[in-house]
Design a protein around this ligand. Structure first.
Ligand code: G6P
Length: 596
């Protein structure tokens, strides 16, 4: 996720571009840049937040320009990798949000034609393509260039000899703000609200040409599209959260696009070995903290199931003080922030013990990326709510892809099973979308949980850790005491605590543990506990024995933790909201824990 802004009008562009860009800082903040067209195209960029770029800027004159705030996905955060990028002739400046999947091939081709690259980014190929395809008209050149591109984008281009900004969109947000004698284009509405509330949405496959007095939008065939502007009534603060009351809800709803981004380019890597090329390790150990540890627990089931490689788990805070064994497993460190002190210490300890290390993280250039042998990025975009939501889902995707890679390379997974698993992952954004669309199902359950002091979350096999995560979500944001339990363990203690005031949430997926789960649900119901059952949407048996039923699409059981987690996140969110809790910043908790 990144933020882009373009301005064309009669005012000094730099002031407007910086002000508008600050409204998009929630979309990324590791580097920023600006290009203003006056005497040629002048580009200024730097690592760090927009405010530090602002301090270092000279006075730049010009009434047309583009700007960018970055959340690195390809190439570490640095001045060289910050946007905008210029072509070799210095005619164009370009900013981009998204991922160009075939950038390696395009770069090779362009370099062989003599284009000189200055960054490690996927984006830079776009500006060189533009130069190669330019024949007097920037819009046509951009349309031609996009024909060669595979991936997702929101793009804005400014050029030295024109007051027009040319823009394009594919699966990344782009909106145009209509002013009087001036127009803007941006990744999101908050950037525009200081200047106008008249908004035109650009759709996938469309391009736009924006000048001070006119805006034209074109469809993929090049025909002009007529669209009426809408009037936005949100305040800037509301708009940053996409009109939602809390970042947590916005981030839950971003789950489908985060999963999609996480899969981009990586699905093919399973066979091709773009990641984890050498699979010659005898065992795997996964180390993490908090929600990331629950993702790790699910990862163990997936790895052992798909690759038969023995996998163990350790909390990062325990691993660093434990005794090593003679074996040297591949150590996978899971951390959304890449900055958790215990996980960093565990990475160092693993290397000291001679283990190969791989980090799964969401933050490009974070500390962990410098401490390990290999990094797998989850590409969920920035997460602001303290409770992990979309980053957790993408950790599950990452662990699944690694497990598929291990299974395929070790010949435990044949082509047919791999094909099915890949198709299932490709459909995952749709499955999650379906859970979100069916969110009204959870209302009765929210009422049940909001009135409780204690709650239990039970599951078996791969959904035992899913329920640990569900319990954690509920306790961290609603302050209800919640415990996750392996359903088979209920009879060894917790049954003594169950009564009519203690709701139990049970995940019952039709896998080899299904019958046992139904028995556990009956056991719980016999103690008068109200039961919320989560199962496949057509499961009449489960529906008939629980007090509240929440259906999910029929996914392969191995990926069922993903949609079930989304149900649990929504349950926790709405319960906390009902109780009036501080959802995005729960008491005593922090997003990134950099102390031991
Ligand atoms: C904190 C956060 C949790 C997170 C944990 C581990 O406790 O509140 O949401 O799961 O740290 O963070 P990491 O960045 O290493 O995944």
């Amino acid at each position: 996720m990144c933020g882009i802004v373009g301005y064309t009008g009669s005012r000094q562009a730099v002031d407007i571009l910086l002000d508008a860009l600050k409204r998009l800082e929630y979309r990324g903040y590791d580097s920023a840049g600006i290009a203003v067209c006056g005497k040629g195209v002048q580009i200024f960029k730097d690592k760090g937040e927009i405010s530090s770029l602002e301090k270092s800027l000279p006075r730049i004159h010009g009434t047309v320009g583009i700007s960018h705030t970055r959340w690195a996905t390809c190439g570490k955060p640095s001045k060289e990798n910050a946007h905008p990028f210029a072509d070799c002739t210095g005619r164009f400046a370009l900013v981009h949000n998204g991922i160009i999947e075939n950038h390696r091939q395009l770069r090779q081709k362009l370099e062989s034609e003599g284009h000189r690259f200055t960054s490690e980014t996927d984006t830079e190929v776009l500006v060189h393509l533009l130069e190669a395809n330019f024949n007097g008209d920037v819009h046509s050149a951009l349309r031609e260039s996009l024909k060669e591109v595979k991936g997702t984008y929101a793009i804005a281009v400014a050029s030295s000899d024109s007051n027009e900004i040319v823009a394009a969109r594919m699966e990344n947000p782009l909106v145009i703000g209509l002013g009087v004698g001036e127009n803007l284009v941006a990744s999101d509405v908050p950037a525009l609200l200081n200047y106008t509330n008249k908004i035109l949405h650009v759709m996938d496959g469309e391009t736009a040409v924006i000048s001070p007095d006119s805006v034209a939008i074109y469809d993929e065939s090049g025909a002009e599209v007529k669209r009426n502007p809408s009037t936005v009534t949100w305040t800037i603060e509301d708009a940053e959260k996409g009109g939602f009351e809390h970042f947590m809800l916005k981030e839950i709803l971003e789950g489908p696009s985060s999963i999609h981004n996480s899969l981009l380019g990586s699905l093919d890597g399973v066979e091709e070995g773009e990641f984890l090329q050498d699979v010659g390790f005898k065992s795997v150990k996964i180390v993490a903290c908090g929600s990331s540890f629950h993702a790790a627990m699910i990862g163990k089931y997936v790895i052992e199931n798909l690759s038969h490689i023995p996998t163990t788990l350790e909390l990062a805070s325990e691993y660093r003080y434990s005794h090593g064994t003679k074996e040297s497993p591949l150590v996978i460190l899971v951390t959304q922030s890449g900055e958790t002190a215990d996980t960093l210490a565990a990475a160092r300890e693993a290397r000291r013990r001679g283990c190969r290390t791989l980090a799964i993280t969401n933050v490009v250039g974070s500390t962990i990326t410098r401490e390990v042998d290999e990094v797998f990025y989850t590409r969920a975009g920035p997460e602001i709510g303290v409770a992990a939501t979309k980053t957790f889902l993408t950790q599950l995707v990452a662990l699944s892809l690694l497990a598929m890679r291990m299974g395929f390379a070790r010949r435990q997974l044949d082509h047919e099973r791999l094909r099915i698993l890949k198709a299932e992952l490709r459909s995952m954004p749709r499955y999650v979308e379906a859970v979100i669309d069916g969110a009204q199902q959870i209302e009765g359950s929210v009422e049940m949980l909001a009135g409780a002091r204690d709650a239990f979350f039970i599951g078996r096999n791969i959904n035992f850790p899913t329920m640990l995560e569900g319990a954690l979500k509920l306790k961290e944001i609603s302050y209800i005491h919640a415990e996750g339990y392996a359903a088979g363990e209920l009879k060894h203690g917790p049954l003594a605590l169950l009564d009519s005031r203690t709701p139990v949430v049970a995940a019952c997926i039709k896998d080899h543990t299904y019958d046992k789960m139904l028995s556990n649900v009956s056991e719980v119901a016999a103690r008068d506990s109200p039961v919320i059952g989560i199962g496949y949407e057509d499961d009449m048996d489960l529906r008939s024995i629980v007090d509240r039923f929440i259906g999910i699409p029929k996914v392969d059981p191995i990926f069922s933790p993903i949609p079930i987690t989304v149900v649990l996140q929504l349950l926790a969110y709405h319960t906390a909201k009902r109780k009036g809790c501080s959802i995005d910043k729960p008491r005593n908790l922090a997003k990134s824990v950099t102390v031991e």
